[in-house]
Design a protein around this ligand. Structure first.
Ligand SMILES: NC(=O)c1ccc[n+]([C@@H]2O[C@H](COP(=O)([O-])OP(=O)(O)OC[C@H]3O[C@@H](n4cnc5c(N)ncnc54)[C@H](OP(=O)(O)O)[C@@H]3O)[C@@H](O)[C@H]2O)c1
Length: 229
């Protein structure tokens, strides 16, 4: 199976490249030209399309023939980068392609998520400072997801908790809504966030879902597993 990773040079992207290669997938990556060397260790095993991820021409070429497209939605820059990226992927992916997008818990599909005051305050400060310094545009990530949620394509929006580095602990667990006790620990290894993204390609139960994930070894996930036993 041929899979495209849009935003392959970032931390999440690189983990996704590795997981895809481990599964024997043919991998195509899109990343900014200045970041190509971050993919040096994969260069003989993947095809790279250098360019901005919201460049429609690049995306149309990169997703051709792919059965899965993994897209890192980032709030960086004040240029509709996330929504432009998501729109290009949705416009050019071939019919029947599984589309998996990454974002954070702050994205809500149905407004039934329950956020702690800490999370809400942090987001407000982050958004305000980001806009002031013209560094990031969280509202555009919200707009990107609004468009995805409205589409009939075979999408999954994976909502990551706070992240940490470290060895894989296994496939994260998930819930439809932030506020569910299983998510209380709010921590996932980045390598496992990537694992969840890649595994979603072949998991049809996640079509039209926006799973909020947490590490399977986190205290809240273990507590939940104990209650189920
Ligand atoms: N960080 C967290 O704690 C956290 C928590 C929850 C969810 N998430 C989600 O996880 C995903 C990955 O986030 P991450 O924090 O782990 O970062 P990451 O994987 O390192 O990805 C950052 C991406 O942003 C690109 N980028 C950086 N600056 C940019 C700019 N000025 N203009 C355009 N692109 C730029 C990078 O491209 P280059 O390689 O070209 O620099 C890279 O593809 C995102 O969808 C994020 O919403 C993150």
């Amino acid at each position: 199976m041929k899979v495209c990773i849009v935003g392959a040079s970032g931390k999440l992207g690189q983990y996704m490249v590795q997981h895809c290669l481990d599964r024997g997938y043919e991998v195509v990556g899109v990343c900014r030209s200045k970041s190509i060397d971050k993919l040096d260790r994969f260069k003989d095993r993947i095809t790279i399309f250098p360019g901005a991820t919201n460049d429609r021409e690049i995306i149309s070429q990169a997703v051709a023939g792919c059965k899965g497209v993994l897209t890192v939605l980032v709030p960086w820059g004040v240029q509709q980068y996330s929504s432009g990226t998501a729109q290009a992927v949705m416009d050019f992916a071939e019919p029947g392609t599984r589309l998996i997008f990454s974002c954070g818990w702050h994205i809500s599909r149905d407004n039934k998520d329950v956020y702690s005051w800490k999370l809400k305050t942090f987001e407000k400060i982050f958004e305000g400072l980001g806009r002031f310094f013209r560094l990031l545009e969280i509202n555009d990530q919200v707009e990107a997801c609004r468009r995805i949620f409205e589409s009939d394509l075979l999408w999954t929006v994976v909502r990551g908790s706070d992240l940490e580095e470290g060895e894989s602990q296994g496939l994260p667990v998930w819930s439809r809504h932030v506020g569910d006790p299983i998510l209380k620990s709010n921590l996932t290894r980045r390598v496992d966030f990537a694992l969840f993204m890649v595994a979603a390609i072949e998991n049809d139960e996640l079509i039209h879902e926006a799973p909020a994930i947490v590490g399977c070894q986190s205290p809240s996930a273990l507590e939940h597993a104990k209650d189920q036993a």
